[in-house]
Design a protein around this ligand. Structure first.
Ligand code: FMN
Length: 235
């Protein structure tokens, strides 16, 4: 086997070459969950003339935020990067991945390590809705404040990453069901991103998601056979 390797930028942009002859991504007539989940692909070429409205992005995020989260603390935060100048600034930070400038928006999914500080508000709402007593709410809030408040930063970060991953997946599926495409991106300089986009100190990037109208279908990927990744009961 050849020993050749690629730079990170080449590696991240290579999938487009493999996909030169692809047509536009399928627009699904059937948006049944199983079809959407099977048909979603990472799409890296977009129609730059299509702008997704703020209203539609909000609709996608509303659905995405129905995702589960640790203690329902919803530590996800979203920075929607839509202005051309902001996308141009992001391009070199994201290894010149063209989808950053061609997609209608790039949504930075962030995790708030201090998300647990919203416990009072989140559980208080359940009291207002008549779904929880004030006393139980206080017990929950005290436990969360003490528990999460004593976790080391790495643990809070891990929670934010897990919850951020769940909301990201739900966002990508919602987009596909609505006729749009996405690609999740971890290939960017986190430090530069945080600095350039003035991300608050307690937030950390989970991933960037390009969202737009795909111009070329995603490269068809293989998957490991299920039996190689599946074990029942115990290892
Ligand atoms: C956390 C994460 C980071 C990723 N980062 C990038 C990236 O920076 N650039 C890119 O083109 N694709 C990126 N991908 C997309 C993967 O390459 C893609 O999901 C995988 O090859 C499977 O293809 P599919 O999404 O079309 O099923 C990333 C995916 C995940 C989950």
């Amino acid at each position: 086997m050849s020993q050749k390797t690629m730079s990170k930028e080449e590696y991240l942009n290579k999938a487009k070459d493999l996909n030169k002859d692809a047509g536009a991504p399928k627009v699904l007539e059937d948006t049944d969950f199983f079809t959407v989940a099977k048909e979603r692909r990472s799409v890296r070429q977009y129609d730059p003339t299509v702008k997704i409205s703020e209203e539609e992005i909000r609709e996608l995020l509303e659905v995405a935020t129905q995702a589960p989260s640790s203690s329902n603390l919803q530590p996800w935060r979203f920075l929607v990067i839509q202005d051309q100048a902001a996308k141009d600034e992001l391009l070199p930070i994201a290894n010149n991945q063209q989808q950053v400038v061609e997609a209608s928006a790039v949504i930075a999914v962030l995790g708030d390590r201090e998300g647990y500080k919203n416990a009072e508000r989140i559980f208080g709402e359940l009291v207002e809705m008549g779904r929880m007593t004030e006393e139980l709410k206080n017990t929950y809030v005290n436990s969360i404040t003490q528990g999460y408040g004593s976790f080391p930063a790495e643990r809070l970060s891990k929670i934010a990453m897990i919850d951020g991953g769940l909301v990201s997946m739900q966002l990508m599926l919602a987009a596909k069901a609505k006729g749009y495409d996405t690609v999740p991106m971890g290939g960017f300089d986190q430090e530069k991103f945080v600095e350039a986009f003035r991300v608050p100190e307690n937030f950390e990037p989970v991933m960037l998601i390009a969202l737009g109208k795909g111009a070329k279908a995603g490269f068809e990927k293989s998957r490991l056979p299920l039996d190689e990744v599946l074990q029942w009961n115990k290892y």
